[in-house]
Structures are given as C-alpha cells and as structure tokens.
Design a protein around this ligand. Structure first.
Ligand SMILES: NC(=O)c1ccc[n+]([C@@H]2O[C@H](COP(=O)([O-])OP(=O)(O)OC[C@H]3O[C@@H](n4cnc5c(N)ncnc54)[C@H](OP(=O)(O)O)[C@@H]3O)[C@@H](O)[C@H]2O)c1
Length: 271
C-alpha cells in the first residue's frame, strides 16, 4: 500500500527537499504551499499534488486535507514545516510582526494539527512531525520572538504525545541546526524601528555571524533525510536533531552549565 505524506511550506528549502525525498521513495505527496504556482516543478512529479495551504488561512487547511484525501484516500504522515524567523531587537518589533510570527510558527501549526487528528484517530494510526529547531532548546541574540515560537512548538509537541499515544498517533520533533535555505534570505522578517539606534552596534556584530552560520549550514536534504527517518523508523523516539551540527550543539547545551553556555553563545555571536 502506497503511503501518503502531507507537508506544509513545501515551496522551498526543507519542505521542498522532503517532497522530493518522500516522492523518490514511492510515497504519495501533498506538497502544500500558500502559492502553488511557486514550485511548478514539484507538481510535475509523479504522485505529487500541490494543494494551496496557508497556515494563516483557516479555510485553506481542511480544503487541502480534503483534496489530499480525494486524491490519495488517506494520510499517514503530516509534516508541519511552514515557518520563518523574525530577526532584530525585540524593542524594534511591531506587535503585528510578533503576532504574524506566532500565527505562522505556532497557531498555524496547531490548526493544521487539529484538522488532521480526526483522520488519524479514525485510522488508529498517524505520525505527526513538527519542525522545531535547535532554537527550541537554546537561544541566540536577536531572535527572541522566533525562539518564543520554537520553544512553544517543543512544549506543545512533547505534551501532545501523551494524549495521542493511546490512538497510535506518534509525535516527532525535528530539530535542525543551521540549514542553507531561504530562511536566511527572502523568508526573513527584519525588525527595525525608525529612530531607535541603541541596538545598532549589537546588530552590526551579531547579524553577520548569524548569516555566516546560515551560509555554511547543511543542505536541506540532510534535514529531509531525518524527517524521512522519523516517518519510517517505527520507533517512539520523540526528538531528532537534523543537520547543521544539531546533535553536537544540543548535547553540549544539555551538559553545559547555564552561565558558561551563555558566555559561549556571546563569544560566538557577538565577536
Ligand atoms: N534553515 C534553518 O537554518 C532552519 C533551522 C531550524 C529550523 N528551521 C525551520 O525549518 C522550517 C522550514 O524552513 P526552511 O529553512 O526550509 O526555510 P524556507 O526555505 O524559507 O521555507 C519556509 C517555507 O515556509 C513557508 N511559509 C511561510 N509562511 C507560511 C504560511 N503562512 N503558510 C504556509 N507556508 C508558509 C514558505 O512559503 P512561501 O514560499 O510562500 O514563502 C516556505 O515554503 C521552518 O519552520 C524553520 O523555522 C530552519
């Protein structure tokens, strides 16, 4: 029986790489995206459809799920991948920017999850894969809102797995390190406030270091392979580090003393 995966934010980066990998392994793929005309090459692939799904447009979520069920009959795996980062000093952020950040990375992910659960419960099977980040377990300067969203995804996902295990629905948290994608370019939202110059020196020091981490990060295919493993390994493992030295960084974070760790982050990012 051919399995089906539905992936959000599939137009580029990690989502698009996951579409290609699942498809190459013989899966049916619903490569959902907010503008399906953005990645026409994916729609050309055998067993791939590209329903429109904007996680901030509540009506588009059940519609994309219904289109996938019409086409493929069932959904085995949901990959909540859509997301982006708001970068800059918190004081420079506009409340609307913060709302948008949480709407996309947290509330949107929750709504897609809520919409798929009746199907997973009916089938007494399903795998829910949430793309968090190493930034859901540690922080870097100037990403306070983004970290707020990814720490929220971590807590939400870890708690959720308790209530879903009796329905044979497994939850997986993917924790990528720096991955070379549009995340550090067109997807980024930058917080700037006219007349606010107090943070300029900090921004000048930190931003190039963050950009360098992105530019030298792992290719998105590395994370796609980890997502595929989480979908197929049959385990009840919850967390999966996924590229960009994520495993090493998470290990170091866990076994470091708080103050020493923060000194290290300062040294790496504020030089
Ligand atoms: N790259 C990294 O270093 C890194 C590290 C840790 C975690 N992550 C996480 O990995 C995930 C994928 O990011 P990426 O690195 O692959 O970056 P990316 O290439 O910029 O991909 C982000 C995707 O999210 C989509 N998206 C944004 N807002 C959306 C919305 N409202 N509804 C549906 N889709 C939306 C974008 O669609 P459009 O094409 O329409 O803009 C795009 O397809 C994100 O959750 C990100 O936080 C990335």
């Amino acid at each position: 029986m051919v399995k089906t995966v539905l992936i959000t934010g599939a137009s580029s980066g990690i989502g698009a790489a996951a579409v290609r990998l699942f498809q190459s392994q013989g899966w049916n793929v619903a490569a959902t995206m907010r503008s399906p005309d953005k990645a026409p090459e994916l729609a050309q692939l055998e067993r791939v459809i590209c329903p429109r799904l904007d996680v901030n447009d509540p009506a588009s979520i059940p519609a994309a799920i219904a289109q996938t069920l019409d086409q493929f009959g069932s959904i085995d795996v949901l990959v909540n991948n859509a997301g982006y980062a708001l970068l800059g000093p918190f004081e420079a952020t506009d409340p609307e920017q913060i709302r948008q950040q949480f709407n996309t990375n947290v509330f949107g992910l929750m709504e897609v999850t809520r919409a798929i659960l009746p199907h997973f419960r009916d089938r007494k099977a399903g795998i829910l894969i949430n793309i968090a980040s190493i930034g859901g377990q540690m922080t870097f300067p100037l990403y306070s809102s983004y970290h707020g969203t990814k720490w929220a995804v971590e807590g939400f996902s870890e708690s959720l797995q308790y209530e879903l295990e009796e329905f044979n629905i497994r939850v997986k948290i993917i924790e990528p390190g720096p991955i070379k994608t549009d995340f550090y370019g067109r997807s980024e939202d930058v917080a700037q406030k006219e007349g606010l110059t107090a943070y300029d020196d900090l921004v000048k020091k930190v931003v190039p270091n963050l950009k360098r981490a992105g530019a030298t990060g792992s290719p998105p295919e590395v994370t796609a392979r980890v997502i595929y493993k989480a979908a197929t390994d049959g385990s009840s493992k919850l967390r999966y580090p996924a590229g960009g030295n994520a495993g090493l960084l998470l290990f170091a974070r866990r076994f470091s003393l708080e103050r020493g760790w923060r000194r290290g982050i300062r040294w790496v990012t504020m030089r």
